[in-house]
Ligand binder design. Sequence first.
Ligand code: NAD
Ligand code: LMR
Length: 337
Amino acid sequence: MAKNPVRVLVTGAAGQIGYALVPMIARGAMLGLDQPVILHMLDIELAAEALNGVKMELIDAAFPLLKGVAATTDVAEACKDVNIAVMVGGFPCKEGMERKDVMPKNVLIYKAQASALEKHAAPDCKVLVVANPANTNALILKEFAPSIPGKNITCLTRLDHNRALNQISERLDVHVSNVKNVIIWGNHSSTQYPDVNCATVTTSRGKKFVREIVADDKWLNSEFITTVQQRGDAIIKARKLSSALSAASSACDHIRDWVLGTPKVENCLGTWVSMGVYSDGSYGIQEGLIYSFPVTCKKGEWSIVQGLKIDEFSRAKMDATANELAEEKSLAYSCLN
Ligand code: NAD
Ligand code: LMR
């Protein structure tokens, strides 16, 4: 029997990521090739015409899984009964601006959109925040949508996770699908900590820890980390625009694994992915932050992977990115007063 359609909201749908993301969702890359979808697209008045153009293209593409498309500038209408919300819209960080300059605007946008989701979305709606500052926007959304379960509000660090897998795969000249269990800890910013201490690679000689095969701690502890941390900036330099297709694809990965589950076997703890989730105090990270952890997902629920050993080097980096998030949180709250 055919499945009922799932309603997916994409905010900022007339923007770059939105333009790459909506056809991926309509093709089944987010929820599976047997899952019909209805797209709800939201943007601001200034982008209404462009948004309507995106809607026209979606219709023209005749996607078999796409059972309906709404394009609107009304946030209440956009949020109505949505099961999944991918929050891409926000005030952009223009040249010469810093995060703190865009924080007041984004805090207000996320406060308003949280209230709309709270009132109009399905009660078990799963939320993924992509727009920067992604962790802090997600935190504000959680604060102002108290009836949506806290575990349902997440932010995107899967792009950083995928970037880390790819840096290792290029270094070892193996396909990226053979590299597993990297971790992104913390903020989706240049303080994030890409950690390879548990990462594995499958080669013709079997499965090994990345640290055994790379055998160049200097590269792993410096250049690898900064390359992943600064990859977003490198793309902006090259494209004069921020990453869009890789962000859209990673957003699909994030929701797909969350809803359909992470693969079962890698080591005794499973194959994990990185997601920005509300900290429960695991690994000594203070509660009250949306922090990227290694997670496994089953039956639509994520769980933080427990029991990983944290050495001194990692501890310092995990704390530094947590401190940055605590500062962002205070700044965000000061904008609400
Ligand atoms: P973009 O400027 O092309 O698109 C953003 C869209 O949001 C625009 O169409 C704009 O009109 C719309 N918008 C602005 N305010 C809105 C509001 N209140 N409600 C609804 N829509 C609104 O930007 P983009 O390249 O698509 O990037 C979007 C965001 O994603 C940026 O904040 C970017 O920094 C971030 N990003 C995050 C990651 C990640 O991994 N977390 C990766 C890449 C980009
Ligand atoms: C990325 O990681 O590619 C983006 O978050 C960069 C940005 O500032 O939009």
